[in-house]
Design a protein around this ligand. Structure first.
Ligand code: GLA
Length: 466
């Protein structure tokens, strides 16, 4: 298996993985350490069957760079067990850390699938429940490929659900502001719902004022995805598939999409996106989870956030980028150092007025080629940390400005203003109309392929000096 890749600023990384067999777990960890630890060097690493590791240190890139696979250097995944599709408890994967060589086995990785009602059109829905051996749990339904819940530990090891959502299907079907969903065919906005591709103008729904948002009236967040469970050495997941028809929501081309969620043994929710088309089209898929690392106990203004971005894309009053890539330095958009979300959200800065707070795309340093650290969020009372890594060039940081207390979510919790934040990894908004932005055009014969990882850990409390 050979995975060549380009580092930030064009320096070459190359990872050649031979038959590692049982050494894979250990080798993978070493690789991650090397890539994360040595940030000032470009590295070529070769693992040989004999266990020899050759490392070649090249020119310095600027960024934290990981292998695009997120360290996933294990042998190819085992095929999904087809028989697992039917039945209430579909697949007990039965791989524990002990099975894979670790000593701290607590519980087994596990996948279950159960029926989850149906749409008004009678389409049957399923809910996939994933668990890793550390006790993290994710529930994902086939309507909208929505992450319904995500349980992660705090610094005491207490689990809590850290994503916003509803306690019943009806609310998801009727009034979901994209909680936990996959959005597409084009996540974020397209100005006036129009774009021209190869000389043909396409018209899309204006469902956000005069602009087009998140794929239209019935975007990918409102369709039923086919699904099958997956398992491999390092995680359990669900592979979701959807074929968007030529002309659906006004977009050209039959677009075949696959989104795979994996709950890994490294406490990550990994999302891999693939798409192909039979006509030139535009694609921008993202995950629209709303996070609250307190477990939705209070608003998110106290969360500290770092965004690995020196620039952002300023917008007009309709939140359409002007085309400028503006330096964040000296503005309330500067999150290059961890800063509480609430510190400057009310600043007298025009961009914050337009967004009603943060609702902008940041230009990721070194983004768009390999997996880079895009964001890190820390919540001090629980110690929870969420890292976001992505191969995408941008990230929309939205801090729940439209939440206003009219939604009651899971466990009867009222989602007041700024009770959740989103970190939507993406190409920049309105790219189909902005020739200077990275292209979102997909042509027949090409494969759209991106990866985003939400990684969870905890940090100890810092004792205050008396
Ligand atoms: C995105 C947009 C926001 C808003 C939310 C959903 O993050 O950028 O303006 O539309 O989705 O409410």
């Amino acid at each position: 298996m050979r995975r060549p890749g380009l580092c930030a600023f064009g320096f070459r990384t190359q990872i050649i993985v031979c038959d590692l067999e049982r050494k894979v777990g250990m080798a993978r960890e070493q690789l991650r350490l090397v890539l994360l630890g040595v940030t000032s060097l470009s590295i070529t690493i070769i693992f040989c069957p004999c266990g020899l590791l050759l490392a070649d240190f090249g020119e310095p890139p600027r960024l934290l760079v990981e292998d695009k696979s997120g360290g996933e250097l294990a042998p190819a995944r085992e095929p999904a067990p087809r028989e697992a599709k039917a039945g209430v408890i579909a697949a007990k994967v039965g791989i524990s850390r002990a099975d894979s060589g670790g000593k701290e086995a607590k519980q087994k990785m596990n996948i279950e699938v159960k029926p989850f009602g149906q749409t008004p059109l009678g389409e049957k829905l399923d809910l996939y429940s994933l668990a890793n051996s550390h006790g993290l749990k994710a529930e994902i339904m086939t309507y909208g490929a929505i992450v319904v819940s995500l349980q992660v530990p705090d610094r005491q090891g207490r689990m809590d659900d850290i994503v916003l959502g509803y306690g019943n299907l009806t609310d998801y079907l009727t009034k979901n502001p994209y909680f936990g969903a996959i959005v597409g065919r084009y996540g974020n906005r397209i100005a006036k719902g129009k774009f021209t591709l190869d000389g043909v103008q396409y018209s899309l729904a204006a469902n956000d004022g005069e602009n087009h948002l998140h794929g239209g009236i019935k975007g990918f967040d409102k369709v039923v995805w086919k699904a099958e469970p997956i398992k491999h050495r390092d995680g359990v997941g669900v592979k979701l598939m959807y074929l968007a028809k030529d002309g659906e929501e006004g977009y050209p081309g039959n677009l075949s999409c696959t989104v795979t969620y994996t709950l890994t043994e490294r406490n990550e929710l990994k999302i891999e996106y693939l798409a192909t088309t039979d006509k030139p089209t535009v694609v921008n898929l993202t995950h629209h989870g709303y996070f609250n690392l307190t477990g939705c106990q209070r608003d998110i203004l106290g969360h500290e956030i770092m965004l690995n971005a020196d620039r952002f894309t300023p917008v007009d009053a309709g939140l359409i980028p002007t085309g400028e890539l503006r330096l964040v330095k000296g503005t309330p958009m500067d999150f290059t150092r961890p800063t509480p979300i609430g510190d400057r959200v009310g600043s007298n800065y025009e961009q914050l007025k337009f967004g009603g707070g943060y609702d902008h795309n940041w230009v990721l340093n070194g983004g768009g080629r390999v997996l880079v650290l895009a964001a890190r969020v820390y919540e001090a009372t629980t110690g929870r940390v969420m890292d976001v890594l992505t191969t995408e060039p941008g990230i929309q940081f939205y801090c729940g400005n439209f939440l206003d207390g009219t939604i009651t979510g899971k466990k009867g919790i009222v989602y007041n203003h700024r009770y959740g934040f989103c970190l939507e990894t993406q190409h920049y908004p309105d790219s189909p109309n902005k020739p200077n932005f990275p292209s979102t055009v997909l042509r027949p014969g090409e494969t759209y392929e991106t990866t985003t990882i939400y990684r969870f850990s905890t940090r100890k409390a810092v004792r205050k000096q008396m």
